[in-house]
Write a protein that binds this ligand. Structure first.
Ligand code: NAD
Length: 491
């Protein structure tokens, strides 16, 4: 076993977990290691290689060598391997879930198990649709045969964040490999262990070099991957700030880029949806059981003024039922914030809003548990103005701003008044109203009467500064990970 799933309870017995380059597991060339922490217990779980330019170059070289045969395989043969990886994850889901909960702080019962299951689901989805990498024929008459083929691009560089490491890595791996590319994936510094476990299982099925997984910092390993001249395509999920650097690096050599970035998504509730079911959906949409650490968190809640007080009271009451605690404890609904820096940042958004005159309706409490970890109670703030940081910026924590509205056009204007355009949620029983609202919302992924997450097959991605390109769907994978070649033959 390369990646241990029963991890340490402190630095003394924390293992060194290697990375995967060209089918081989090893340390970084510089020999340095970096610690991975359990944020729910403030304990070091393991050490992973601190990669630099040399490791990136070795991984890209291995991926380029593997591309020569992988890209030429029949698509269904690649699909069969993805299905096998999906089955392997499915057989060992609990091991993966334990790793996810330990390193991200996401609660095992409410989050990590679901995320592990999503990994299996994503590999199975792309394994099943692999044969759909089809081209077109064009009707130019008897004298010409003109057709297109979709070809892989080459070596893909993938970079993922810590907040949903297995879901997002599964997406990058499955989409890139299905379409015949090979991949160098840079795992997140804060949560690399479950991704390495996934890579261990995948490496038992895939030819060497098809999938390479590196660990290390963004500024060193991530930046080196983004600017490597033999990386032909970049797929990045992370913050908008870093995403701007990724697209700049790609511009230098005109490499195609997919960017899945941040969000500050609106939730609009109409008077006919002042019910318990909608309250639960709003809690789900805000991803409170992931401590709000989600790009699609519906963190601006616009409630019709006629239901405002009643809905807020129900929401606060429902949130109080959720138990904040150790991510590995079955009793916990909500786990820990990912690290000390992020914990302090979320608390400073709350303090800033209160200082400016905002009213705390629920939460606002740092560490409501008996554990020594980075916990914050789910928080609701009312009275925040549209230009405050807590209303405009991605807090990436369990902080929901509630705002009353009375005019439909006005609330749409407020909802769209954002640099972001990732997700949007509308709650009403009236289908005409729902359609008017989703037609008007400037975002890539819209949900009506549902607070749940993405499902394989959905087209998912952001507008404005939330990103470029689409993932999760077959079309998204084909558009993002293939080049179209047109061939015309005179007959
Ligand atoms: P981040 O941008 O700090 O880091 C993301 C990844 O980029 C990490 O692997 C990191 O090591 C790497 N990185 C950092 N600096 C780099 C650099 N200079 N060059 C290359 N790589 C670099 O983001 P994070 O804090 O890990 O994740 C949270 C952010 O991710 C939030 O903004 C969230 O909205 C976003 N996110 C978006 C989606 C989506 O699908 N749109 C999904 C999840 C998270």
């Amino acid at each position: 076993m390369i990646v241990q799933t029963t991890l340490s309870s402190g630095v003394a017995d924390a293992p060194q977990v290697p990375q995967l380059i060209g089918g081989k597991w090893g340390a970084s060339m510089g020999g340095e290691w970096t610690a991975v922490e359990n944020p729910g217990r403030k304990q070091t779980l393991a050490f992973v290689p601190a990669s630099d330019e040399r490791d990136v170059d070795a991984a890209v070289t291995a991926a380029a060598a593997a591309f020569r045969t992988w890209g030429r395989l029949p698509a269904r043969d690649r699909g069969r391997m993805l299905l096998a990886i999906g089955d392997k994850i499915g057989d060992h889901q609990e091991e993966l879930a334990l790793l996810i909960a330990s390193e991200t702080g996401n609660a095992l019962r409410t989050q990590a198990r679901g995320e592990a299951a999503s990994g299996a689901d994503i590999f199975r989805f792309y394994g099943e649709v692999a044969s759909q990498q089809k081209g077109e024929t064009l009707p130019f008459g008897d004298g010409l045969l003109s057709y297109t083929v979709r070809e892989p691009i080459g070596v893909v560089g993938g970079i993922v964040p810590w907040n949903a490491p297995v879901t997002l890595s599964s997406l990058k791996i499955a989409m890139a490999l299905m379409t015949g590319n090979t991949l160098v994936l840079k795992a997140a510094d804060l949560a690399p262990l479950a991704v390495l476990k996934l890579a261990e299982w995948a490496s038992e099925i895939l030819p060497p070099g098809v999938l390479n997984v590196l660990t290390g910092s963004g500024s060193r390993a991530g930046a080196a991957l983004a600017r490597h001249p033999r990386v032909s395509k970049l797929t990045f999920t992370g913050s908008t700030g870093v995403g701007k650097g990724i697209i700049a690096a790609a511009a230098d050599r005109i490499a195609p880029v997919t960017l899945e970035l941040g969000g500050k998504s609106p939730v609009i509730v109409f008077p006919d949806s002042n019910d318990a079911e909608t309250v639960q959906h709003v809690i789900n949409a805000m991803r409170f059981t992931r401590q709000g650490q989600s790009c699609t968190a519906g963190s601006r809640l616009y409630l019709h003024e006629s239901i405002f007080d009643d809905f807020v009271a129900k929401l606060a009451n429902q949130l109080q039922q959720l138990h904040v605690g150790d991510p590995l404890d079955e009793a916990s609904d909500i786990g820990a914030i990912v690290n000390e820096h992020q914990h302090a940042s979320v608390l400073s958004y709350i303090a800033g809003a209160i200082d400016a005159g905002g009213e705390l309706v629920a939460g606002g409490v740092s560490n409501p548990t008996d554990r020594d970890g980075y916990y914050i109670a789910p928080t609701i703030i009312k009275g925040a103005r549209a230009d405050w940081a807590v209303t405009r910026e991605e807090v990436f924590g369990p902080v929901l701003v509630v705002i009353p509205w009375s005019d439909e056009d006005e609330v749409l204007t407020w909802a769209n008044d954002s640099d972001y355009g990732l997700a949007g949620y509308v709650f009403t029983k009236d289908i005409s109203t729902a359609l008017r609202m989703v037609n008007g919302l400037e975002a890539g992924w819209l949900q009506v009467n549902r607070g749940g997450g993405q499902l394989p097959g959905m087209s998912y991605g952001g507008n404005k500064q939330s990103g470029l390109g689409r993932e999760y769907s077959l079309d998204g994978a084909l558009e993002s990970f293939t080049n179209v070649k047109n061939v015309t033959i005179a007959i």
